[in-house]
Ligand binder design. Structure first.
Ligand SMILES: Nc1ncnc2c1ncn2[C@@H]1O[C@H](COP(=O)(O)OP(=O)(O)OP(=O)(O)O)[C@@H](O)[C@H]1O
Ligand SMILES: [Mg+2]
Length: 500
């Protein structure tokens, strides 16, 4: 039994900025097992796996690989020992090719130069199981978030590791990509590799993991056989208390006559064609469709982030001209990007600077930035949606992924928008905070703010929306309301259209 353990940690402790984030964590990972690491945002999951993979060093405690005590000074030490990590926040070099990223530090050479032909052949092989359209010689910058995620995973697999750690690998993948990844992970497991798997999606945890370990506030809570527990137990173990229902009640106050937003004839071929829809007062509208359906592109065009060829926007019955995102903000329309690292989040700046960024113009009118006001606002949101940070002068990069997302949301809400379009609002957010954010969106909607949600998580659309419009390959293919909003009906609308 003992030698079945490939990796273990004993009493790992770690503090940042004087705050203890790991308070003596011991876990055991078996060969050929998929072991989930779960817990709320800021529980310490990424910190623990960063320690196991040499990114950080523990203040105290030991790591054993194959029963031998390890000391890693850096990630490359851990990699050499056989530990691969697929990072939560993408960590690729964006200006070089996919091949160079996968084989960084191990590039094939002839005569002192990179042997590109060989490199791309090797990369092709590594990418094969993913059946993606990624080319080995493509510059990483050109890839979508999902494709970059695949490159990270391919890189970890190519290292022939004994242990592979996945830190929220599916957070930017669509359902079919995520399913493909699950299959790949199950294949890796058969090779006897130990897999640590972090995710906030309990459906994935129950689908593929053999055991799970719960962390809460830096403490080890319990390790369980996945097959002998259930989601209610796991949720209360993570949160430390019973969780209320995930979704608030649907609207009872939709005013059919009062339109907050009306979008007419948005077209930019070949991405989307003649898209028109309305958001009424008191309702939450879902914009759904598969990834690639054009829902993000249309939203970005409405907000002036990307140029649209044609189309009109009416806000509270008045036509508004939106040529760039600043025009949208001035009109009270704001957009939460699905890719926080690319749009809107300044990871090297402090929380305070991040919160002030979109508002700089408003609050510096008298030549002074109102730091005190923003600090107070942040304290309110910290409490309301349970954001974990030590001080507002902390660098954004030091926050856990889910907490970065919560800051992004707070930043938009602080602008008192008339309409808010949220692209994947709860990506990477734990189940407790999801409930809080959902409740907050419902409150906003009831207070008369227009709310549009785009989400790849079908249950979120079904649970939250009073009406949904459905897109497929750039066309509007249907609309559902009230009780008719079910996963089956949405999928039916999408496939009806595909049959033409
Ligand atoms: N480099 C750092 N400097 C300061 N604080 C840090 C640093 N890295 C992590 N932290 C803090 O440690 C705590 C644990 O963070 P960690 O990223 O491990 O959480 P997590 O469980 O992975 O959360 P999530 O689900 O949101 O990804 C957080 O409060 C975070 O702000
Ligand atoms: Mg994390």
């Amino acid at each position: 039994m003992e030698n079945n353990i490939i990796l273990s940690t004993e009493n790992i402790q770690k503090s940042f900025l004087g705050t203890k984030v790991l308070k003596g964590v011991s876990i055991e990972l078996k060969r050929g097992e998929i072991h989930a690491l779960i817990g709320e945002n800021g529980a310490g999951k990424s910190t623990l796996v960063n320690i196991i993979s040499g990114v950080h060093q523990p203040d105290d405690g030991d790591i054993f690989l194959d029963g031998i005590k390890q000391e890693y000074k850096n990630p490359s030490d851990a990699q050499k020992a056989g530990i691969g990590l697929v990072h939560q926040e993408l960590a690729l070099c964006s200006h070089v090719t996919v091949g160079e990223n996968v084989f960084i530090g191990r590039l094939p050479e002839t005569g002192g130069l990179i042997d590109r032909k060989k490199l791309y052949e090797m990369t092709e092989k590594v990418l094969e199981p993913f059946e993606s359209s990624i080319k080995p010689d493509q510059i990483v910058e050109e890839l979508s978030v999902a494709q970059q995620q695949i490159v990270e995973i391919a890189k970890a697999l190519s290292l022939n590791c004994k242990v592979i750690i996945f830190d929220e690998p599916t957070s930017s993948l669509n359902e079919s990509e995520a399913q493909k990844l699950m299959n790949i992970i199950e294949d890796i497991k058969k090779q006897g590799i130990g897999i640590l798997y972090i995710s906030h999606k309990l459906s994935e945890i129950f689908q593929i993991t053999d055991r799970l370990t719960v962390l809460r506030d830096g403490n080890f809570i319990e390790t369980l056989d996945t097959g002998s527990t259930n989601s209610d137990h796991v949720i209360s173990s993570m949160v430390g208390k019973q969780v209320k229902k995930l979704y608030p009640n649907k609207s009872t106050c939709v005013n059919e006559k009062e339109e907050i937003l009306h979008v007419e004839g948005f077209t930019r071929l070949p991405e989307f064609k003649d898209i028109s829809f309305t958001v009424r007062k008191g309702e939450i509208l879902g914009l759904c469709g598969l990834v690639g359906s054009g829902r993000t592109e249309v939203s970005r065009a409405i907000c002036g982030i990307d140029k649209s060829k044609s189309g009109e926007v009416y806000l509270n019955g008045t036509k508004v001209s939106i040529k760039c995102y600043a025009d949208a903000l001035n009109n009270g329309i704001c957009y939460l990007s699905e890719d926080r690292k690319k749009d809107g989040l300044f990871v090297a700046m402090t929380l305070l600077e991040n919160m002030m960024a979109p508002e700089l113009k408003n609050i510096s009118r008298f030549g002074l930035l109102n730091r005190r006001m923003v600090t107070k606002q942040m304290a309110d949101y910290k409490q309301k949606i349970n954001i974990k940070y030590v001080t507002v002068n902390q660098i954004m990069n030091n926050l856990s992924g889910g907490n970065q997302q919560k800051i992004m949301i707070s930043k938009l809400l602080a602008l008192n928008p008339k309409l808010i379009i949220m692209d994947e609002p709860t990506r990477g957010i734990d189940v407790g905070a999801k409930t809080e954010i959902h409740a907050m969106l419902r409150e906003l909607s009831e207070a008369g703010v227009g709310v549009v949600i785009i989400s790849s998580e079908m249950p979120e659309i079904v649970g939250m929306c009073d009406r949904v419009v459905i897109m497929n390959v750039g066309n509007l293919v249907g609309e559902l309301k009230g009780e008719d909003i079910t996963q089956e009906n949405i999928i039916a609308k999408i496939s009806e259209f595909c049959e033409y």
